[in-house]
Write a protein that binds this ligand. Structure first.
Ligand code: SF4
Length: 325
């Protein structure tokens, strides 16, 4: 699938999410006009035929919270690309308290296929401490409505928010699974410069979780979603999320290849299991593991970190990780 991202910052958003600096998130001050939207879409047209599904995605803010005329303007601007078959449908992100029947009836008219909700947490104390301005009940209600109208449902979640713990983030995952989303995104909280969270860090009321702990937590979340056939389409912020990476992230478990770290962590735990079951290898001090070809790099880990960890943990002289076939 190819996603053509168009960032629509929510200028004048009345909410105060502690982690958000909308201008920094979107990397731009003003919402794009029609000409800019067309320019972005056209820049992808050379490659759209290589993909079975192409979606234009309005990200970056709360699409259904911006004035209806603006929503209509954007949706009408991209409609010709859907009519011509170059693009399959539209995807957008919004807040759980900005969805109702009227909104969904409107979006259905304009080829919107996927609606992603910024659920962030299913713990009301965490939502309150993070200044989200909505409750978990809003997420439940809007998720059910989105599914009832036949849209594809995406839920965006955050780990390590103020007031959150390992157990509350796991509990959020379980509640998200109950909502049966088609897709999930997991964003570990990072601290952006000049946000309220930045101030909380400076005055000691917020301590960001370490990268190591966050990777272990997200590995557990990933497995729980996977076991329930829910696709995790993103773990960790990336440049394509529109965040300016040059010095704007001042604290928190940010890593440019966060998703890879999580997959590698899961693979390491599997290697440990294989090693524990492989008595012969322990005696010979040589351990050989056969792993799926497409996951070979996850098993080896960045800079061979899994190989080195296994050697250290089990006293192996040599660790060989080979792909099956
Ligand atoms: S994250 Fe919160 S503060 Fe930022 S634009 Fe969305 S609703 Fe508004």
């Amino acid at each position: 699938m190819l996603i053509i991202p168009i960032f629509i910052p929510h200028a004048g958003c009345p909410h105060d999410c502690c982690f958000c600096d909308q201008k920094k998130i979107s990397g731009q001050k003003n919402p794009p006009d029609e000409a800019e939207v067309i320019k972005i879409v056209e820049s992808y047209l050379d490659i759209t035929s290589n993909y079975e599904t192409v979606q234009i995605a309005f990200f970056g803010g709360s699409f259904t919270a911006i004035p209806r005329e603006m929503q209509e303007k954007y949706l009408k601007t991209v409609a010709p690309y859907i009519e011509s078959g170059a693009v399959s449908s539209v995807r957008l992100s919004t807040r759980p308290d900005c969805i109702d029947d009227d909104v969904l009836i409107f979006l259905r008219k304009y080829n919107v296929r996927t609606i992603e909700l910024g659920a962030q947490s299913m713990d009301d104390d965490v939502l309150l401490a993070s200044g989200r301005g909505h409750t978990a009940a809003d997420t439940v209600k809007s998720s059910e409505l989105i599914r009832a109208y036949g849209f594809e449902l995406g839920l965006q979640t955050m780990t390590g928010l103020p007031g959150a713990s390992y157990m509350s983030d796991i509990a959020t995952c379980k509640k998200i699974i109950e909502l049966k989303p088609d897709i999930v995104r997991i964003y570990p909280t990072v601290v952006l410069r000049d946000t309220f969270l930045h101030k909380m860090c400076e005055n000691g009321t917020y301590l960001p979780p370490t990268l190591e702990k966050t990777v272990a937590l997200c590995a557990e979340l990933m497995l729980q979603y996977r076991n329930n056939n829910i696709k995790v389409i993103r773990m960790g912020l990336q440049a394509s999320d529109g965040v300016s990476m040059d010095g704007e992230i001042v604290a928190g478990p940010y890593h440019p290849a966060f998703g890879q770290l999580v997959k590698s962590h899961i693979a390491y735990n599997r290697l440990v299991k294989m090693a524990l079951e492989s008595k012969d290898n322990t005696e010979s001090k040589i351990f050989t593991a056969y792993v799926p070809k497409e996951e070979l790099s996850d098993y080896i880990g960045q800079k061979k970190c899994n190989v080195e960890r296994l050697k250290k943990q089990f006293g192996y002289q040599k660790v060989i990780i080979k792909s099956i076939n």
